[in-house]
Design a protein around this ligand. Structure first.
Ligand code: ARG
Length: 272
């Protein structure tokens, strides 16, 4: 790779299960603070070993999901399209993200007020095409608006399983021609569109999809993901990638894993 990938993360100081906005979250099943810290720290080490440069946004009391920086926005070159969260519990995150991006020198753009959009959780480039997950957290119209702004093609994919409420929970571009995916999370049309557009697909098994197998961070050939996905690890190795497993169960309690905890600042652009 010609440059070092830059990744935004947020320490889990104020992480916890304080509300329930997806089927994974249950306030009765809180997170263990020490375990969350050590899992998060271990993830940062794996990412650094894979060659990433990490940047950090300060955690904010009362915003437990700010750790999931994938949802801060979609970065494209020097511009960030800030998220407009579906649920009011996460809406205050946007102001803190805006301040961070402004201070980091990004141009901050916002989507029209009528649409929800949850950033790189739902909008992922595979090659030059933007794949956008919609209906549960983001709106299809937001994807079309983004495509026009960026000047790229967008394919809106409807998500049909509440457990896989963001695109990055069931789809992960590996490079311009390959991706990991879990087809049952998509409607029939999307299940036809993805294979028509991406020549090499690795299909994840149901028992590994619930381990957030698709929620992986790709850094060149390295693919960092949660533990408990042995079949995907074998398939990745066979396809020429290097899977690295790191335990992230504390974050699955909130419906997130490796990818959700990161945001590529040099673009969610697998083709690089
Ligand atoms: N509890 C968070 C939510 O429901 C988890 C976000 C996970 N982020 C992601 N990119 N999938 O919004």
């Amino acid at each position: 790779m010609s440059h070092q990938p830059k990744i935004l993360m947020c320490p889990p100081d104020h992480y916890g299960i304080e509300y329930e906005i997806n089927p994974w979250m249950n306030r009765q099943r809180g997170s263990d603070r020490n375990a969350a810290h050590s899992q998060w720290r271990h993830l940062t080490e794996q990412l650094e070993q894979a060659g990433a440069v990490l940047r950090f946004i300060d955690p904010v009391p009362g915003l437990p999901d700010l750790v999931f920086t994938a949802n801060a926005g979609l970065v494209h070159q020097s511009c960030v399209y800030l998220s407009r969260f579906r649920h009011s519990a996460r809406q205050p995150e946007t102001e803190f993200n805006r301040i961070w991006f402004q201070q980091a020198g990004f141009e901050c753009k916002e989507l029209p007020i009528e649409w929800s959009f949850e950033g790189a959780g739902d909008a992922l480039f595979c090659g030059a095409t933007l794949f956008g997950g919609y209906i549960i957290r983001s709106d299809a119209a937001a994807m079309q608006w983004l495509a026009a702004e960026i000047g790229c093609e967008a394919l809106a994919l409807q998500l049909v399983d509440d457990r896989y409420y963001h695109l990055d929970t069931c789809f992960c571009p590996l490079d311009a021609e390959s991706a990991i995916w879990y087809p049952p999370a998509f409607d029939d049309y999307a299940q036809r569109v993805v294979p028509a557009r991406i020549p090499r697909l690795i299909e994840v098994r149901a028992d590994e999809a619930v381990r957030f197998a698709c929620n992986a961070v790709v850094i060149g050939e390295t693919v960092v993901l949660n533990t408990g996905c042995p079949q995907l690890c074998r398939d990745l190795t066979r396809a020429g990638f290097r899977p690295v497993e790191t335990p992230l169960d504390e974050f699955i309690k909130a419906g997130g894993s490796a990818k959700c905890l990161t945001l590529r600042l040099d673009g969610e652009d697998a083709k690089r």
